[in-house]
Design a protein around this ligand. Sequence first.
Ligand SMILES: [Zn+2]
Ligand SMILES: [Zn+2]
Length: 279
Amino acid sequence: MTYYSYHTHTSYCDGKAKAEAFIKRAIELQMKAVGFSSHAPFPIEVCWNMDEDQLMNYVNEIKSLSVKYQEDIDVYLSLELDYIPGITKPFAQMKEACSLDYTIGSVHLIKSPIENEFLFLDGPDTNYTHGLECFYQGDIKKMVRDYYAQINEMIIQEKPDIIGHIDKIKMNNKGRYFSEDEKWYQDLLNETIDVIKETDCIVEINTRGLYTKKSKLFYPDLNFAKECKKNQIPVTISTDAHHPDELLLYFNEAAEMLKESGYDSVLIYDKAEWVNVGI
Ligand SMILES: [Zn+2]
Ligand SMILES: [Zn+2]
């Protein structure tokens, strides 16, 4: 198995260690590559992204580490870019300004029907329940539809190289408000797959929910992966590590799940292009 981590957070955002500590651990683990993807800055006050004035320090630090460790491991520079309509900068502009190797696009903040109110779907579930009641009057279908509409818009407009934890909206649901088996929900997933298949975007299988015990399933899990396979959508595995000890947690299990869904390879980033490698 080729081990790698393209979705990795440092102490520039809510990661718990400096980039170099991740690299040293990744070398010990005999990983092929580590790519850094701290949460990019954007003009909404949150506690988990990078400050705008730190962006170039981050870029320069990762670039110099990639040179320092070039004999031992491939080090790549990326950002996990939030897509918030009308708020965030175009991904292509960020990619160019920071010379990113690749981009990860994610939705953590849903633009709600109430002006200037955003629903934070990650973190403690109080954000989720509060947003559902205050911004959506408890209408879970509308809230989930808004989430997938924002995901679809991101894919079409921004074309990230990797789509981050595509169904993370399920995390704080905890089986309370909807079941993923319901037709309306499945229809939304199928619509999103139809959008993805018109692009070159890669779907990541994100393992973080399992090791933080916030989800019993990968983002996304087996059924979604099977649909991706049917539609020839490329996939990769991300642990979304926020600490060096998390670098490969549930990586093997994600590979097994992908095999079960019919995949025999994933995409890895090798120098300047995405290439298939067997699992
Ligand atoms: Zn994320
Ligand atoms: Zn992340």
